[in-house]
Design a protein around this ligand. Sequence first.
Ligand SMILES: [Fe+2]
Length: 198
Amino acid sequence: MTKEEALKTLEDLKNSPNMVKHALACGFVMRTLCHHLSSQSSDLPSEALAKEESFDLDDWEIVGLLHDADYELTNKSLDLHTEETTKKLKETGADQTIIDAIRGHCDKAPRETQMAKAIYACDELTGLIVACALVQPDKKLKSVTVESVLKKFKDKSFARGASRDQIKTCETELNIPLEEFTSITLKAMQEKAGELGL
Ligand SMILES: [Fe+2]
């Protein structure tokens, strides 16, 4: 599957403009995380990497783009979520690693690869960062700082839907400290602020 096909899939599954923005944000962040983690993977013991580990930038971006592709279509039903996307991905002959990472973000497959762990952790953080942008006077991503995100991270009443525990798996599963993970994610989103409309 190509990035263009992934964008077309978002369209076919009738995603709202807001959902497309969430997809784009996660796609950009996943691409950046792929770059970051692949440069570190040579330091990891080989048993820490799954056999089917892939560090293909496009594949990682596609996981970000499509992880919630059927979320609105399946009416936010956790039982059905990712099933329609899985069907589409199988039709296009997409890599099983991509399918497993997407299913893994809502606990439908074990999160064994770095790719699967990355989408699980960054999905919620992109939501928290968008919420941080929306409370800035100019509502822009460029006004958001790592410090302000970390402060809101601790404020459990802010953006309640963004699971802090899930974001925190960046430390336990990816070995990236929260502050660094926030910095990488925020920077990736700020670079594409125009496309995200923020
Ligand atoms: Fe998501």
